[in-house]
Design a protein around this ligand. Structure first.
Ligand SMILES: [Zn+2]
Length: 409
């Protein structure tokens, strides 16, 4: 069964139906995790899967698994999926595409009356976005053994409501222990959320891995002084020191193209008064690279450089590593299955590294995993104007279908 294709119109209709749940005025979606709207999005997904003859189970973190049986009951499932929750001002496709393309794969297999050897499963991971409950990707994180279940179930939102209480309230606290489900393979189809594929005029990104990152907090201490009487050469200006360091952070990314990234996204200036030389500045550093050795060297060199810079600017410096995430290389055989599907289908493609985190990163800890990207307009995501065309959704789903068939037999 080579080069089977999905039903593009049916996939698009499902995407548009889901987009009505939590629809926002500017075309986006606000369907925060574990709200009533989250339930309203999950319910039709479960119904649609059951209508296709799937068995649906839910685990203790609210992750949903819809299983289409295979011929060989001893085989573990070939799985796919993503998330249905969104940012407060999210788009219609971030996560949702991966879930509903999975559903469309099940429907297409049924239409073509294909019986696979291995079962095929479509999953929904709870709270990928992490905007209501931190951490993001917590439920796939429990599944992948990164967190204990309580660590995620006990976190509270700004109103003091716990993840666990809200999960029970919407009726998705399942009986199965999270992580008990074993996959043979996991694929996640997702929009790129960046501009690289569109700029290169490629239809598909074969995702070979995910960027690792390191986050630091930096505190600079100089001396508050009057902006008038204090001569330039005697100042201990924490803002000047910070300005030099921002340049170094950005340079650390620029010096390692194409994947290096360096960002200062947050800064606090004290006392924040127009006629006082700032005596104290706090800022954040985010550095990223897909190669663990390069990322380590990049972070070490950067920290040395900013310490030298602090000395030259006569300020004291304190740096703290806040968190880090190791780079991931996806499973080679999964990447190869995606590549062969893309080539057979004849789509323009390139290899890419994901700059954003995804549930697939956590699943890759426990199952051979890889991802498929399709471009989105102007690389825009986490924005109501996030946009793809129906043909692009179909392209991604066709690759997913054929990669799944490759493994499920
Ligand atoms: Zn997403």
């Amino acid at each position: 069964m080579r080069n089977l294709k999905v039903d593009s119109q049916r996939l698009w209709a499902s995407l548009m139906e889901m987009a009505e749940i939590g629809a926002l005025p500017h075309g986006g979606c606000g369907r925060l995790a574990l709200t009533d709207l989250d339930r309203e999005g999950r319910d039709p997904f479960v119904r649609w899967c059951e209508e296709e003859g799937c068995t649906v189970t839910v685990d203790s973190l609210g992750n949903i698994f819809a299983r289409r049986p295979g011929r060989d009951p001893s085989r573990k499932p070939v799985a796919t999926g993503s998330h249905l929750d969104t940012q407060p001002h999210g788009g219609k496709f971030d996560g949702v595409l991966g879930v509903l393309a999975g559903l469309e794969v099940l429907r297409s297999l049924n239409d073509a009356e294909i019986e696979t050897e291995a079962p095929v499963e479509v999953c929904v991971w709870t709270n990928e976005e992490g905007c209501r409950f931190t951490p993001s990707m917590g439920s796939s994180g429990v599944f992948g053994g990164l967190y204990a279940p309580e660590e995620v179930l006990e976190v509270r939102d700004v109103d003091g409501k716990s993840f666990g209480e809200e999960l029970s309230r919407i009726g998705y606290a399942g009986a199965e222990a999270c992580g008990d489900h074993v996959f043979e393979t996991f694929y996640e189809l997702h929009i790129e959320q960046g501009p690289i594929l569109e700029a290169a005029k490629k239809q598909v990104g074969i995702v070979t891995g995910v960027q690792g990152f390191r986050w630091y907090d930096v505190v600079l201490k100089g001396q508050d002084a009057h902006a008038g009487p204090t001569p330039m050469e005697v100042r201990r200006d924490a803002m000047l020191a910070a300005a030099h360091m921002v340049e170094l952070v950005i340079q650390a990314g620029r010096a390692r193209p194409p994947h290096g990234r360096g960002t200062v996204g947050h800064m606090r200036v004290l006392p924040n008064s127009r006629n006082t030389i700032p005596g104290e500045v706090h800022f954040t550093i985010d550095v990223r690279h897909p190669d663990p050795a390069v990322l380590d060297a990049m972070a070490a060199e950067l920290l040395q450089a900013i310490c030298r810079s602090a000395e030259q600017d006569s300020v004291d410096i304190e740096t703290t590593e806040v968190t880090h995430s190791a780079p991931i290389s996806f499973d080679e055989s999964c990447v190869a299955a995606v590549r062969s599907a893309v080539e057979r289908l004849g789509y323009a493609h390139m290899d890419v590294v994901s700059g954003a985190g995804h549930d697939a990163v956590n699943i890759s800890r426990v199952a051979p995993t890889s991802m498929i990207f399709i471009p989105c307009a102007n690389g825009l995501s986490h924005n109501e104007e996030e946009r793809i065309e129906p043909e692009q959704a179909e392209t991604g789903a066709n690759v997913l279908l054929n990669a799944i068939l490759d493994r499920a037999g």
